[in-house]
Design a protein around this ligand. Structure first.
Ligand code: C2O
Ligand code: CU
Length: 482
């Protein structure tokens, strides 16, 4: 009897598992609109969208195709750049080479420089990257068709192909990287920096420090050690960009510093810091300002540094305490009404066994779901959206929403009392809960994912979308944004 019951249980369990597997699969080509269950966060459910446009069919009502979300073509470009991606050996400053990708023959690729408000036009060409490639403008709130997500806002650019990107430069430090097979292409070099200065700002005394680990070598803009000449007494801004998959501590030896901007947004009233380090979120940016003392000053990350003013600037070991951005700087008025809330979402990060598009494994989960059952956050233009991010997955996740900046309201229930803290990449440690708010003011379909890029390819990714947005691009073909 017992044996018979056991067999029945086993058969039922197998049937359930088989059904879960069957149900988790996707056709070989599918629309981003078909992955994720729509959630409306307590806001209105537009007519014609209560279902979901299965099979990529046109929803009724006012809909807009992502390819129409572009910058006014009549606006002439102020800055034009040609970027060519190549699959080839990357030569590091220390003489070693790794198999990887370059942009215009180098990695990091050239820095795009512009002035606030200028129209930037980038002609992107894929010379020989066999898997296809795109460019995504990380942190720049560009029109959706320019977002560079293969399979959602465009097709991957195949060898010999081109794509022209046009967007308006916003002041601050950003970066670009491929958003096709990004866990592989970013790791191996297909990225570069974007620096947008205020009109009339001096170009000197400003340095980009793209932190990237090639193989096992941590570099700042391609070198483990470099020296920036600078006058004693001058003010230097070091624009740190974390292009790696985990958070990176940054600290300064030889002088106090100020953290003047995070993720392209200036902080208000940043005070002098000397005993704490800054933790830069993966994908995030931190602009650190120093006044050069006699003997020089050194900006450090583990394994690499930039000496400023003198190649023999002092070094120091990393402080243990982390600068807490929840209370750093001074509060300031906001551009929108914080008491208004149109939608409220949860983004709960966990981990569980299941099937990710037909593949069995232990996957990252969002609100308990994996693969095509994750939530799809639906908004309408102008909505003030609150989101609570909670992480109980056992690992840190750098969460990145495309096309928008998020204002941090609280962490673990403690409200933000310092400068308004705007992010596009937020380091959510295991056990932490962040409450953020943003205005849905950029129409389209936007990825909202972990920027530890292998995690994104292991399911930690979903979309925020306009109720009316549609896309004809397909995933699962050559297009694979993660
Ligand atoms: Cu840095 Cu989805 O991107
Ligand atoms: Cu992650």
């Amino acid at each position: 009897m017992i044996r018979r019951a056991t067999v029945v249980v086993a058969v039922v369990a197998l049937a359930v598992i088989g059904w879960l597997w069957f149900d988790s699969r996707m056709p070989s080509a599918y629309s981003a609109l078909d992955m994720g269950r729509p959630e409306y966060g307590g806001g209105s459910v537009p007519s014609g969208h209560a279902g979901h446009s299965h099979g990529g069919g046109e929803p009724t009502g006012s809909s807009v195709d992502v390819t129409d979300l572009v910058l006014d073509p009549a606006r002439p470009a102020d800055v034009t750049v040609t970027l060519v991606a190549r699959q080839e050996a990357v030569r590091l400053a220390n003489g070693t080479t790794i198999d990887g990708y370059t942009v215009n023959g180098m990695s990091p690729g050239p820095t795009i420089e512009a002035v606030d408000g200028q129209v930037v036009e980038v002609r992107f060409r894929n010379e020989n990257v066999t898997g296809g490639a795109t460019l995504h403008w990380h942190g720049m709130d560009v029109p959706n068709a320019m977002d560079g997500v293969a399979g959602v806002t465009q097709d991957a650019v195949l060898p010999g192909g081109e794509f022209v990107y046009r967007w308006i430069a916003e002041r601050g430090t950003y970066w670009y990287h491929s958003h096709q097979l990004s866990h592989e292409q970013v790791l191996r070099g297909l990225f570069g920096a974007i620096v947008v200065r205020a009109a009339g700002a001096p170009q000197a005394d400003d340095v980009v420090a793209l932190s990237h680990t090639y193989g096992s070598v941590r570099t700042l803009s391609g070198a483990q050690e470099s020296t920036l000449p600078a006058q004693v007494g001058s003010r230097v801004r070091v624009r740190i960009v974390n292009t790696d998959n985990g958070p990176i501590p940054v600290w300064v030896a030889g002088a106090p510093y100020r953290l003047v901007a995070v993720d392209g947004r200036d902080l208000v009233g940043p005070g002098e810091v000397s005993t704490t380090k800054v933790l830069v979120t993966a994908g995030g940016r931190a602009d650190v300002e120093v006044v050069v003392p006699v003997g020089g000053v050194r900006v450090q990350v583990p394994g690499a540094s930039i000496a400023i003013g003198s190649s023999t600037a002092p070094t120091a070991s990393a402080p243990t305490a982390i600068l807490d951005l929840l209370s750093y700087g001074k509060p300031a008025a906001l551009r929108f009404d914080l008491t208004r809330v149109d939608r409220t979402f949860r983004y709960d990060i966990g981990r569980r066994p299941g099937f990710l598009f037909g593949k069995p494994g232990i996957w990252w989960s969002i609100n308990g779901a994996v693969g095509k059952d994750v939530p799809m956050f639906m908004v309408e233009q102008g909505d003030v959206v609150r989101m609570t991010l909670h992480n109980s997955s056992g690992e840190v996740h750098p969460m990145h929403l495309h096309g928008h900046h998020l204002l941090v309201l609280s962490r673990n229930g403690t409200p933000s009392t310092g400068s308004p803290w705007w992010v596009d990449s937020l380091n959510v440690e295991n056990g932490e809960t962040y409450e953020v708010v943003f205005v849905a003011d950029n129409p389209g379909i936007w990825m909202d994912h972990c920027h530890n890029l292998p995690h994104a390819s292991e399911g930690l990714m979903t979309h925020l979308m306009d109720a009316g947005a549609t896309t004809g691009f397909k995933l699962g073909t050559v297009n694979d944004p993660e």
